[in-house]
Design a protein around this ligand. Structure first.
Ligand SMILES: *[C@@H]1O[C@H](CO)[C@@H](O)[C@H](O)[C@H]1NC(C)=O
Ligand SMILES: *[C@@H]1O[C@H](CO)[C@@H](O)[C@H](O)[C@H]1NC(C)=O
Ligand SMILES: *[C@@H]1O[C@H](CO)[C@@H](O)[C@H](O)[C@H]1NC(C)=O
Length: 561
């Protein structure tokens, strides 16, 4: 019964309460505070708000109740002033939900009254936008077309409403601008837009500052660094440092000789910028003579040069990157003459036998040549200067070798003539050509007896055929010109006793010069002198052999021969 009446009373109280504060239940009293205001900040005066009498609050034991007692409010029971008991952080209380409304009740006893109330915590801009990643890395191909967009990660702001992120800005640059976009959940995110084509070769990277700004007053902002790496595409042609290279190389340069190293660069990077060198449109002759190293660009000699064959070369070199781009240059090679050819002597005519006693006789005709050019090909021709010969130059490069004076075989019958031809190059090259000239004999020398007179003794009454002596003569000529024949001179008219004709007393052997008594000489009681005639050489000259011999001894003797 008691329980029933109490229950009834409670229902009544409820209805009284309902009747008393019907408006209040339907329409809670609304208050607001700005977050982060100091504790003890004034919220409202409940005495005025609830239309209570003075001290009613304390009399009726008024209490402020919030769910979970989260809300720390302090009610001054004397004055009815409601204060914050602590600083409120909207973000802590409500996070991102807005509005941030905290419900509380004011409860009065006797009779029981419960007033519903709401405290709205109003956001202030106490948080700055923050990017979760402070560094944003983007790789963008330099081939990207203007207008292309790149979404970027948004920043976060704990504040809500207009205090949350409002827009994004990017540091000033000529390639990008940033748009502020709104995602389906209402959050704003930045989008990078390419305004102008990138060029890695001009600028390989960009560092931009992305700023997120909220709509607070004053606004707060947060930044992140956007690092943009421009990704290479093969958009550059290899370029040679020089379009024309020049080199002068001596024709005797060894094989493998480094002529020049050409060099090209490609602004692209990595494999797009890798260059390989090769000869370009090379003739057989060029590719046989020169080689180019694909990687280093070194151009080397592959074959021996010959100035006499080619004085210059034009070598075209190509530099190719891994794509299809290529650049070209030209190497002009000038071959320098080296004195690598000795002069040559070509005999046109050579007379090996020169007659003696002849005036200016031609000995030889020859020509001189040198394959080198310039000074290297100029020649000088000489012979020994102690020889009776001289050189006369006739038409270009032709020389005649002549005797300077009549030669005498008997003093020298052979000459070794060295024709020396040297060129004017450095070093001097010379050629020797030896010729031997024989002087042929002319019968220009008379035979001569070894003594001007001979005295021969003949015993008297000797038998005929006795060999009584030998006379001897020589001839300096040679060959038949030197063959000597001996004979006696015929007696001179009126000169001698006819009975003593020499021919009847003596005979001479034509070849050996032996004198033989014919049997008469020994009978002579007196000595006589005779002239003996000798046929010298080949009978061309005749010489008196003896002057008359004085009869200077007693007894029989042969007239001296
Ligand atoms: C050599 O020349 C001289 C003078 O020029 C001349 O008298 C002589 O007859 C010449 N001899 C010969 C063999 O020609
Ligand atoms: C000439 O040369 C030959 C061979 O070299 C040599 O036998 C000869 O003696 C030389 N004659 C003279 C006159 O020098
Ligand atoms: C020519 O003769 C000279 C002197 O006799 C000698 O020294 C030289 O070697 C010879 N030259 C030739 C090519 O025979």
């Amino acid at each position: 019964m008691a329980a029933t009446s109490r229950k009834l009373r409670q229902v009544l109280i409820f209805f009284v309460l309902l009747g008393f504060c019907l408006e209040g239940v339907a329409e809670p009293r609304r208050y607001s505070v700005v977050e982060e205001t100091e504790s003890r900040s004034f919220v409202t005066n409940l005495v005025n708000d609830l239309g209570l009498g003075p001290r009613e609050l304390s009399r009726r034991g008024a209490r402020v109740i919030s769910r979970g007692n989260k809300l720390h409010l302090h009610l001054d029971l004397e004055t009815g002033d409601l204060f914050l008991n602590e600083k409120l952080d909207r973000e802590d209380l409500c996070g991102h939900s807005e509005p941030c409304v905290l419900r509380f009740q004011v409860m009065l006893n006797s009779p029981l009254d419960i007033f519903q109330a709401e405290l709205q915590v109003i956001d202030i801009n106490d948080h700055s936008p923050v990017f979760p990643d402070k560094d944003i890395v983007l790789k963008i191909s330099e081939g990207s077309l203007p207008g292309i967009t790149f979404p970027l990660k948004n920043a976060q702001d704990m504040d809500v409403g207009r205090n949350s992120i409002d827009n994004y800005l990017i540091s000033s640059n000529s390639y990008f601008h940033v748009l502020t976009r709104k995602s389906s959940d209402g959050r704003k995110y930045p989008q990078l837009v390419l305004d102008k084509a990138l060029d890695r070769e001009e600028q390989a990277e960009l560092r931009l500052v992305l700023t997120a700004q909220d709509g607070g007053s004053p606004p707060r902002s947060g930044t992140a660094e956007v690092y943009i790496e421009v990704v290479d595409i093969n958009d550059n042609v290899p370029q040679f440092e020089q379009l024309v290279y020049r080199a002068q190389i001596p024709e005797d340069s060894p094989l493998g000789f480094l002529i020049v190293a050409v060099s090209a660069t490609d602004k692209d990077m990595g494999s797009n910028g890798e260059i390989s060198y090769s000869l370009f449109q090379a003739s057989d002759e060029i590719s046989k003579t020169f080689s180019v190293h694909a990687r280093t660009g070194e151009i080397r000699l592959k074959n021996q040069l010959d100035f006499e064959k080619a004085q210059s070369y034009e070598v075209n070199v190509e530099a190719k990157d891994t794509g299809s781009f290529s650049g070209k240059c030209t190497l002009l090679v000038q071959v320098l003459d080296v004195n690598d050819h000795a002069p040559e002597v070509t005999m046109s005519a050579l007379i090996s036998f020169i007659p003696e006693n002849a005036n200016k006789t031609m000995v030889a005709v020859f020509s001189v040549s040198d394959l080198d050019s310039g000074e290297n090909g100029k020649t000088i021709c000489t012979i020994q200067d102690d020889l009776p010969f001289f050189l006369k130059s006739s038409v270009e490069n032709f020389y005649t070798l002549l005797t300077e004076k009549p030669l005498d075989r008997e003093s020298r019958d052979e000459y070794n003539i060295t024709i020396t031809v040297s060129d004017m190059g450095t070093p001097r090259l010379k050629t020797e050509h030896n010729i031997t000239v024989q002087v042929s004999d002319v019968n220009d020398n008379a035979p001569a007896f070894s003594q001007t007179s001979y005295t021969l003794l003949v015993p008297e009454n000797n038998s005929p055929g006795l060999h009584i002596g030998t006379v001897s003569a020589t001839d300096t000529d040679s060959g038949t010109n030197a063959q000597i024949t001996y004979s006696l001179l015929p007696p001179q008219e009126g000169d001698q006793d006819p009975q003593l004709a020499l021919a009847s007393l003596l005979s001479i052997h034509a070849d050996s010069g032996q004198l033989v008594d014919l049997g008469g000489a020994g009978t002579l009681s007196q000595s006589y002198h005779y002239e003996v005639c000798l046929m010298g050489d080949s009978g061309t000259s005749e010489f008196k052999f003896l002057k008359p011999i004085l009869p200077n001894f007693q007894g029989h003797s042969l007239p001296e021969v």
